[in-house]
Each structure stands twice: as C-alpha cells, then as structure tokens.
Design a binder for this molecule. Structure first.
Ligand code: 5AD
Ligand code: SF4
Length: 474
C-alpha cells in the first residue's frame, strides 16, 4: 500500500514523546502539586476532537484538568474562525485573562485552532495581546510538547503557524469528554471553497485517514464501552478519494458497521454535491448506522447556490432527500445548515429557502446569518441588505421551522424507536432519557439498569422538545 504522504513520521512522533518527558520534568521542578490545565474549545466537533488530543498530550506531560481558568497554570483556547461572533468571543475571553497572567507570570496562555491560522488574527494577537505566550496552528497540534517546552523554558513568545496543506498525526493520546459518545475524525481539511467559508484556508486540503487506522480506533472505542460514534469530516462524502487504493465513504461505513459490538454510527458533515445514492442505501441497509442525515443545503435558491459555489441545485438536493425518504421512510431524520443573508440575496431568493424547508421537513435546522470572512470571495461582494433586515428574515424562517418541527414531533405518536439510554430523565422520578437515531430525546419509565443499553421505545405523547414513551415489552 502506498505511504500516505500527509502522515507525520514515526520519528517525528518519537521526538515529541521525548519533549513530553522534558516538559514533565520542568513541571515537576517548578510545581509541588500537579499543575492544572484549562482547555476551552470553540466551534465544531473537529475542534472538540483536536482538544481531546491536546488534552491527551497534556495528561502525558503531567497536567491535571480544570474548568476554572483562574486556577490553571496553562490555559489553552482552541478557537473557531467560521463566523465573526466566535472570533469576538475569543478576543473578549483572552483579554479577560490579562490581569490573571500579570498577577501570575508563570501561567502559560496558549491559543490554537482555526482563528490562529489566519494571518491578520495572528498579527493582532502578536501586537495587541503581549501576555499570550504560545500561538500554534491547526497543522502542528502534534508538536505541542515541543512548543510548550519552548514556552516554558525560553524567555520569548512562541508563534508556530506553518502554512502547509496539512498533516495526519496517528496514535496521539486522547482524553475524551463524551462518556459513551465519541467523535472520530476520518478526514481533515476541505477542498470545496464555498465562497463564504474560511475552512479551506485554515484547515488545508482534504486528506483521509487510512481505513486500518480508523478501524483500530473504532474498535478501541467500542471495547472501552462507547456506544455512539460520530465519524467526522468537513465533507465525509469525499472520504478516501486520496487513498491508494481508493475507498468510498459507503465502503468505510459498511466495514465499520460490520464490526462486532453494540453501537451506533453517526457521521457529519455530508455535502449534497458528493452525496451518493449508494451512501443513502448503505444507511438504509446497515442497522448500526443511524438513519440521520445531516445534509446542509445553505440556500434554496439556485442563483445563490451558484454564487456560493456549492456545486448542486435545489432540484438535485430535493432528489437526494426524496430518495432518502423513499428508502428510510418515517424513521429518517434530516437536519441541515442554512445561511441567511448571503451578499446580494433578495427577499424573493430568501423565500426560496423558506419554501425548501417546507418541502424537506427537517427535524431541526442550524441557521446562521452570513458573516463576512477575510480572504473569501464572498467578502468582496456588494452586500446592500442591512443586518437588521437579515435578522428579520432569520426570525421569519425560524417561525416556519418551529411549526414544522412541532408537526414532525406530533407525527411520531405511536412510532417505535430504537434508542440509546443516556441517563435519568426529567419528566419524573422513574423516568429515563434515551436518544433516537435522529438525535431526539425520548423519556420513558424504566429501571436504572437500562442506562447504557439500547432499547425499543414507543411514543405515547409528543411534547414540544422531548417525546414521552413506553418501553416495548421484549
Ligand atoms: N457565515 C455564516 N455561516 C457560515 N457557515 C460557514 N461559513 C459561514 C459564514 N461565513 C455555516 C455553514 C456551514 C456551518 C458549519 O457554518 O452553514 O455549514
Ligand atoms: Fe466550508 Fe463548504 Fe468546506 Fe463546508 S464544504 S467546510 S461550508 S468550504
């Protein structure tokens, strides 16, 4: 099999192991007790997965963890660049640490993630936040031990932001937060260059992990008791196009679904441009693959979709959804991302998005007001519609979706779902809460011994945000 050109070599990873030991001995000399680290994660699940690896390395270096920034000797902000609001929050929170750092000069403040991968942001941090000690980009997460060692031992600030196409670092230690739920990245980066989106600039080109590496991690998760595994990628449908031999995402799914054990597989995000009928058939055929399709359409208007460089039409999107519904019927749950107020979007064009949500009847939607991102083509377009008007349109869309969500919930009455029991419920003392394939919460009366198992539950009463049900007699 050809060697994956993006893969970080064993020698490089070994070098980092040696730095872990060095950091560990610096910490032992400096602190009597185990120092604590606070890792704050913004943005998407890919960042959550990166933070789990950051924590894994920190644990090996001897750090414990805290949620409280002001009792930490190391604060790491893993940042998100996808919208302005996320960036503003980071600047605010970093600024708020200035006093703490000045009073505790031994504390290390580190920033990483997508925001740092943008030149203008790194410059701003450099010039206006002199108390930040360490800044590193998305492509050097695996080199954290070495970078931290420099920050701890040298009297200079460390900025490590190489502009590469990206790497794959296998075998990093992981500290997971999710309990019986886990995130598993199967690929990194994005090649799509949607005109509004900063991700391809900050996360590099698409690169897939080898099937064997994914399968190994997957097995380990299942053996450790994880029940719900979400496969992650910016566009999982283009998984494996860069592998030799090529592997399709459907093939990967089938392989993982055929493994032994009691688990459920989810995946996100799918891109309608690359979503194949084969994938939908795989979802319908494999019991262990959740019948939940997160398929963002962004806009229901073909002119806007073209301006966004999305590579599909409204008609193509509907064809996919209709085929998925044909295959999976009522058990299919659809969710989507939508952007309101793309530059130049007229009210009539926005109404095409509203009419599309009426047609697809999604379980829920993730809706965003367009946020201009430095360096993206859309940020250069004229944008005559005011923010107030865009907010008004968003509210209009949400009101329509609220009705759809409620009527979708009502339709579940009498249906039986296979659910994973996550813990105690809120509807009453004897109630348990479980999650359906489609990510809905269903509560029913049952004994605590069911927690951590899959059960069949029939809906008796759909409430606004949860379903009430009865466990099906086995
Ligand atoms: N403005 C608003 N929303 C955006 N998204 C990505 N870039 C932007 C932007 N510049 C949304 C898209 C994507 C989701 C993760 O974030 O809907 O699917
Ligand atoms: Fe951004 Fe489009 Fe890539 Fe998604 S597919 S990460 S929206 S460029």
């Amino acid at each position: 099999m050809a060697v994956n050109i993006h893969r970080v070599t064993e020698a490089e990873l070994e070098e980092q192991k040696a730095y872990e030991k060095r950091v560990s001995s610096v910490l032992q000399k400096r602190y009597e007790n185990r120092p604590l680290a606070c890792v704050v994660t913004y943005g998407c699940q890919q960042n959550v997965a990166d933070s789990e690896r950051i924590k894994g390395m920190l644990a090996e270096m001897g750090y414990g963890f805290t949620e409280d920034r002001h009792s930490a000797k190391l604060v790491v902000f893993n940042t998100c660049a996808v919208r302005e609001h996320a960036e503003d929050r980071v600047f605010g929170n970093v600024g708020a640490l200035k006093k703490y750092k000045l009073a505790n000069p031994d504390v290390i403040i580190a920033l990483c993630g997508c925001m740092m991968q943008q030149k203008h942001i790194a410059e701003r941090i450099h010039d206006s936040f002199p108390f930040v000690d360490l800044v590193f980009g998305t492509h050097v997460v695996h080199r954290l031990p070495q970078l931290l060692y420099s920050a701890l031992t040298q009297r200079r600030r460390v900025f490590e932001l190489p502009d590469t196409d990206g790497v794959i670092a296998e075998g990093l230690p992981v500290v997971r937060d999710g309990g019986t739920k886990a995130w598993l990245p199967i690929m990194y980066g994005c090649n799509n260059f949607c005109t509004y989106c900063v991700v391809p600039y900050v996360r590099g080109r698409e690169r897939s992990r080898e099937v064997g590496d994914i399968e190994k991690e997957f097995r380990e998760l299942v053996e450790s008791g994880v029940k719900e595994i979400t496969l992650l990628g910016q566009n999982v449908n283009s998984y494996g196009k860069d592998l030799e031999p090529r592997v399709s995402f459907s093939e990967l799914l089938r392989r993982l679904a055929s493994l032994d054990g009691d688990f459920r597989i989810r995946f996100m995000t799918s891109h309608p441009k690359d979503c194949t009928k084969e994938l939908l058939e795989t979802m319908a055929q494999c019991d262990k693959v959740a019948e939940h399709l997160h398929l963002p359409f962004q806009s229901g208007n073909n002119r806007i979709l073209k301006a966004m460089n999305r590579g599909y039409t409204r008609e193509h999107y509907l064809e996919l959804i209709n085929y998925a519904k044909e295959l999976m019927g009522d058990s299919l749950s659809i969710t989507s991302d939508i952007i309101v107020g793309f530059p130049g979007e007229t009210y009539e064009e926005f109404l095409d998005t509203v009419s599309l949500i009426k047609e697809i009847k999604a379980t829920s939607l993730f809706t965003f007001i367009y946020s201009p991102r430095v360096g993206t083509p859309a940020a250069k377009l004229d944008d005559p519609v005011s923010y107030e008007e865009k907010s008004k349109r968003l509210r209009e869309l949400l009101a329509v979706q609220e009705e759809i969500s409620a009527s979708q919930m009502a339709l579940h009455k009498g249906k039986t779902f296979k659910c994973y029991v996550i813990g105690k419920g809120k509807l009453g003392d004897n109630y348990l809460a479980a999650r359906t394939d489609g990510n809905l919460i269903i509560e029913f009366e049952g004994g605590e011994r069911l927690i951590g198992t899959f059960v069949d539950v029939t809906v008796t009463e759909p409430l606004t945000y949860v379903l009430k049900g009865e466990i099906k007699k086995q």
